[in-house]
Write a protein that binds this ligand. Structure first.
Ligand code: F7E
Length: 348
């Protein structure tokens, strides 16, 4: 029988990639999208066969009606206020969407009478919940979130466990470390860097302004992680899993590897806010530091240990760090070539 999945946050990087994976597996895919007066990032427009519904994580009645109408076998809750830095500016909204939003889905599952295993619920938990807990972090590590985003996600993590234990619902957490792709939003550091480098190469800008260069993240490819979250919901028993590569790199490393893709070597000079990154050959400043990109409180070092997912689900990532950077650079260079072509056509 055809399985039916509901993806909240379908217009985001993860939603779009998961939708493609599930369609390829033969699922009937439903997506919940937020109404917006401005066009979204256009990630799902080219995907055929999606069933789209307007919905809002802050509207419990809407969520209950959607579940009742769609009657999904699997729910992937990927909708979130996902920017850690911005969550300091809108902490209440972050809590409403990221903490109470998943609770509204869990309550809707109870309201429509979902019994054990009838609907499988996946909650997108985050490595940001570990905050300042020492690396490497796994399912046994203490949570010490350092942001409104991480704190709200932690509430949802515990409610997912609580509904599993209290009501026997199939409710699982994936604690995902940073996962990127060419579809990543341009306000996250990896995509900000790859897009800006391609614009520098095309002569459209001179430099990139960044914040903390020394913060370390365990960056994987979102395609690997979306396959992993599907595997999490196929396990006979609902459980919680870390998905990570087990390798951490600094923002500085990411900059260097991404620039090396266009044959540019970076030389660093100065300290703190006065540090700059120069092109080794031309001496031009390609990176500078701006205080506005520092957070009120930073998570310095996230490095995941995905042993449990490997042993119990057979999951492991296929992309290396270099492979991820290459995939993102290649995609942004194609976009850059398109921009160049368009400006040539305009000039004729
Ligand atoms: O920052 C540093 C910044 O915004 C990564 C989300 O998907 O992963 C993501 O959260 C690091 C931080 O991602 C800039 O301070 C330096 O240390 O790309 P990011 P994030 O905050 O780690 C987790 C797992 C999630 O769950 C989140 O939803 O890079 N950094 N300079 C910068 N970051 C940004 N955005 N911009 C800069 O200019």
């Amino acid at each position: 029988m055809t399985k039916r999945a509901l993806i909240t946050g379908i217009t985001g990087q993860d939603g779009a990639l998961l939708a493609e994976i599930l369609l390829a597996k033969g699922y009937e895919v439903h997506g919940m999208r937020l109404y917006s007066a401005v066009p979204d990032a256009g990630r799902i427009e080219s995907i055929d066969g999606l069933n789209l519904h307007y919905g809002d994580m802050t509207d419990g009645g809407n969520i209950t009606r959607l579940l009742d109408t769609i009657q999904p076998d699997e729910i992937y809750n990927l909708a979130a206020m996902s920017h850690v830095h911005v969550s300091f500016a809108v902490p209440e909204a972050a809590a409403n969407i990221n903490a109470l939003g998943p609770l509204r889905i869990l309550e809707a599952m109870r309201t429509i009478g979902a019994t054990e295993n009838q609907i499988r619920f996946y909650q997108a938990s985050s490595s940001e919940m570990f905050g300042r807990s020492p690396a490497p972090q796994n399912e046994m590590t203490n949570f010490e979130p350092c942001s409104p985003y991480g704190t709200a996600k932690l509430y949802a993590y515990w409610m997912t466990r609580n509904y599993r234990e209290a009501y026997g619902l199939y409710a699982a957490n994936g604690i995902l470390f940073n996962h990127e792709s060419p579809l990543r939003g341009e306000e996250f550091v990896t995509r900000k860097i790859t897009k800006a480098i391609c614009e520098i190469e095309a002569g459209l800008r001179d430099k990139i302004s960044l914040g903390n260069l020394d913060s370390k993240r365990d960056w994987g490819h979102a395609k690997d992680y979306m396959e992993g979250i599907w595997q999490i919901l196929q396990a006979p028993e609902a459980d919680d899993y870390v998905l990570a590569t087990g390798e951490a790199h600094s923002v500085r490393d990411f900059v260097e590897v991404a620039f090396s893709y266009i044959g540019t070597e970076i030389i660093w000079e100065g300290d703190g806010i006065n540090e700059v990154g120069r092109d080794k050959i031309t001496g031009n400043i390609l990176i500078d530091i701006k205080s506005e990109f520092f957070r009120p409180k930073e998570v310095n070092y996230l490095l995941g240990d995905a042993t449990k997912a490997r042993e119990k689900l057979g999951w492991s990532p296929s992309y290396s760090f270099e492979g991820l950077v290459e995939d993102m650079m290649r995609a942004d260079r194609v976009v850059k070539s398109r921009i160049e072509l368009q400006s040539k056509i305009r000039a004729v």
